[in-house]
Ligand binder design. Structure first.
Ligand SMILES: Nc1ncnc2c1ncn2[C@@H]1O[C@H](COP(=O)(O)OP(=O)(O)OP(=O)(O)O)[C@@H](O)[C@H]1O
Ligand SMILES: [Mg+2]
Length: 225
């Protein structure tokens, strides 16, 4: 039997009574799994990923992380679980007046040294993402693509069990997109579970992985063929 990391049961979301965004969401992910979340604009990808990352509450159903129910767990346990989830939100969640170094330091505040990505690895990522000389730049002084890479870097600064990424290359050029995808695949091959929302079907064609599709409020995981 596979080692289940995340199990989602009958999850549903409505922002207003009767206005269902998605329902009957059922799937599970093991260690080292890779699942794309596909769906058109407004289909519900971001709201689902925010919910799975525990930034938002579902309207119904269960989310089990290593068997622990995210919705009924204690505050302390939730904080512990959050350390194991790296999330790259679509809206990035960066603070305009703070610089890159501030963002990296803030992301490390509540985690121990053992839970942090090694400094040498982080230095490599900084270099690879072209951000080495931008440590003192405020977010308001960076380009859209650079800001997105800061959000990626921040998510990668902790050793997470799962990386939940919401269109993480949406603002990148072709070359950077594939450098980043290459990095995500390497992390995945070394055991990090990956949940990646995109509507880039070209990416899905080039990098074949299991797909789940959100459409008209329904969620369907494609067969593994
Ligand atoms: N905080 C909110 N309050 C009310 N409705 C919301 C909220 N967030 C999202 N929605 C609605 O939920 C639906 C799904 O939005 P979501 O952002 O999850 O879509 P998406 O698939 O990520 O779209 P995109 O590809 O454009 O990013 C949309 O109709 C949106 O209006
Ligand atoms: Mg979205």
């Amino acid at each position: 039997m596979k080692n289940t990391l995340l199990k989602v049961e009958n999850l549903s979301k409505a922002y207003a009574p009767g206005e269902i965004v998605w329902q009957n969401v059922n799937f599970d992910l093991g260690r080292g799994d890779f699942l794309y979340i596909l769906g058109g604009s407004g289909a519900g990808k971001s709201s689902l990923l925010r919910t799975l990352s525990s930034f938002e509450q579902p309207s119904g159903g269960k989310i089990l992380f290593q068997g622990q129910d995210l919705l009924s767990t204690s505050h302390t346990d939730l904080e512990r679980i959050r350390k194991k989830i790296a999330f790259i939100p679509q809206n990035l969640g960066l603070i305009p007046d703070l610089n890159l170094r501030d963002h990296l330091e803030m992301s490390q505040l509540s985690i121990s040294k053992a839970e942090r990505t090694d400094e040498a690895v982080m230095a490599n990522y900084l270099n690879m993402m072209g951000l080495k000389n931008k440590l003192n730049k405020k977010m308001s002084e960076l380009s859209g693509g650079e800001r997105q890479r800061v959000a990626i870097l921040r998510a990668l600064s902790k050793k997470a069990d799962i990386l939940i990424a919401d269109e993480p290359t949406g603002a990148q050029d072709f070359e950077m997109t594939w450098k980043l995808m290459d990095l995500f695949v390497k992390l995945n091959l070394s055991g990090t579970t990956l949940l990646l929302a995109t509507h880039d079907l070209e990416m899905v064609r080039r990098l074949r992985k299991r797909c789940a599709i959100l459409k008209d409020g329904n969620f369907k995981v494609e067969d593994r063929t």
